[in-house]
Design a protein around this ligand. Sequence first.
Ligand SMILES: Nc1ncnc2c1ncn2[C@@H]1O[C@H](COP(=O)(O)OP(=O)(O)OP(=O)(O)O)[C@@H](O)[C@H]1O
Length: 265
Amino acid sequence: MSFIQLNNIVKTFNDSQRQTETLAIDDISLSLEKKEFACLLGPSGCGKSTLLNMVAGFEYPTLGSVKIENKVITGPGADRGMVFQQPNLMPWLPVWDNVAFSLKLQGVGRKQRQDAAQQYIDAVNLTGFEQHFPGALSGGMAQRVGIARALLQNPAVILMDEPFAALDAQTKLEMQEELVTIWQKYNSTILFVTHSVDEALILGSRVVIMTHRPGKIRDDIKIDLERPRDVTSNQFNELKRYVLDVIREEAKLAHEAQQTPTISH
Ligand SMILES: Nc1ncnc2c1ncn2[C@@H]1O[C@H](COP(=O)(O)OP(=O)(O)OP(=O)(O)O)[C@@H](O)[C@H]1O
């Protein structure tokens, strides 16, 4: 039995005003093992975020089931930490208090929250910035706070929706390296949505490619490259060529299909 199981997922969204429904995901089955770092890659609108949100418990499948440790997911839980593209920090709270926000909600005292936050602040290389407020942080630093906040709950699974998309290239590279270190240190299972082939191949132990909408699994590739990944190596570039070919073919099919996104009632 796999750690996370998505079984025959179909997802439609209804637009009651326009009397239409969108078939976003069409029969996806996917299993993730513990400690996997799976990157979800696919064209815009293919349902990557929807799949992630179902594992998070923010969305539910129309058909099929999403299970973690063989239990159907019925809502968000502390076993799953989410990191979004924007970290959505509380501007009136210093870094440490943002990181430990879930403990504040549980009524945990200040000293305990501060102590609990410290190891995660250190893990994301923000030592010394504990008392800074979000307004004084760069984009990369703010995203580090978001990651530390997710880690503090010691989740078995970290769900990441394009967390580095808004960062500059240099910061992105640093954050990718740090994330791999964190993944190795905390033995996390990560499901990571990205648009970037390079990012998927730098991070993933597995890259799952989706088709254009309605999303299906187009390819599922195990990435055995040594870490840290050498983006200039032949093996990296062979894989990159392969993935780019699949994506180009998918884009061509999408263009040819010229499919209308909605089904009228
Ligand atoms: N709450 C919603 N209501 C209606 N339609 C939705 C909703 N959420 C997603 N969709 C539709 O479902 C499809 C899949 O959306 P989703 O955001 O999962 O795709 P994505 O692959 O993450 O896209 P992108 O890469 O552009 O972020 C899209 O057509 C989107 O418009």
